[in-house]
Design a protein around this ligand. Structure first.
Ligand SMILES: [Zn+2]
Length: 236
């Protein structure tokens, strides 16, 4: 939640159990593993100590707990033991870049006067990342928008911006955020993220520290269907 670049961390095993298909589940007191959500895939990696090595094949958030699902490669890790958590750095960095790039498209859309389209969904997986908006873009505008978006995205990336992440009370969200999803929970602070111009939105995922790390972005396609617009993108 605080540091997307923390790739190694110390934790303690609280629970060990098994999935229905016979895989192991470890639950730790604290974790750096990102469970799938917010359009971002889970982290992979290892959990280990002197008594065993556990390969994390899947991470899910379920009933308030992060489930590290996988198999024992060697030995056995038991409840109460201290462990070292190691996440796959390359995968985390790529996921953080794609996640941040998705936010940046929102910013470029606003800069180009398309903020009347409401962001609805994001898919930030390496397999065909895209963002979706409610509303359509006239066909004759799409080619110019593709070029305009690429230009504006790469302008922002070359100028750079330190990504801001903070917690906000529900009452502050309206002032700080350019969009607040209706499902924002009551009674607890919400994590909000800005990738440009102090324009925040609620997000619980991982991001790069500075958008300059994105290198170069390109727009693959703008597609409109059933009243929605889907913008596919790539991050270098
Ligand atoms: Zn995000």
């Amino acid at each position: 939640m605080d540091d997307s670049y923390l790739f190694t961390y110390k934790g303690r095993v609280l629970e060990v159990s098994e999935t229905e298909d016979g895989r192991m589940i470890l639950i730790l007191d604290e974790t750096i593993f990102y469970p799938q959500g917010g359009g971002q895939p889970y982290d992979l990696g290892r959990i280990e100590n002197s008594s065993g090595t556990f390969e994390v094949e899947e991470v899910r958030y379920f009933e308030g707990k992060v489930h590290h699902i996988g198999k024992s490669l060697q030995g056995e890790i038991v409840v109460g033991e201290e462990v070292i958590e190691l996440i796959d750095e390359e995968r985390r960095i790529l996921n953080s870049k794609l996640q941040t790039g998705g936010h940046l498209i929102d910013m470029a859309m606003r800069n180009l006067g398309y903020d009347y389209l409401k962001p609805t969904k994001g898919f930030h997986f390496p397999e065909g990342p895209n963002v979706e908006y409610s509303g359509v873009i006239p066909e004759e505008e799409r080619e110019a928008l593709t070029i305009g978006l690429e230009k504006d995205l790469n302008r922002m990336i070359s100028e750079g911006y330190e990504v801001k992440i903070q917690m906000a009370e529900k009452s502050e969200l309206e002032n700080l955020c350019y969009i607040t999803p209706p499902e924002t929970p009551d009674g607890k602070p919400t994590r909000i993220v800005a990738v440009w111009d102090d324009l925040f939105m609620p997000c619980g995922a991982t991001h790069v520290k500075n958008i300059s790390e994105l290198g170069k972005m390109s727009i693959k396609k703008i597609k409109c269907k059933k009243g929605n617009t889907k913008i596919s993108y790539l991050v270098e």
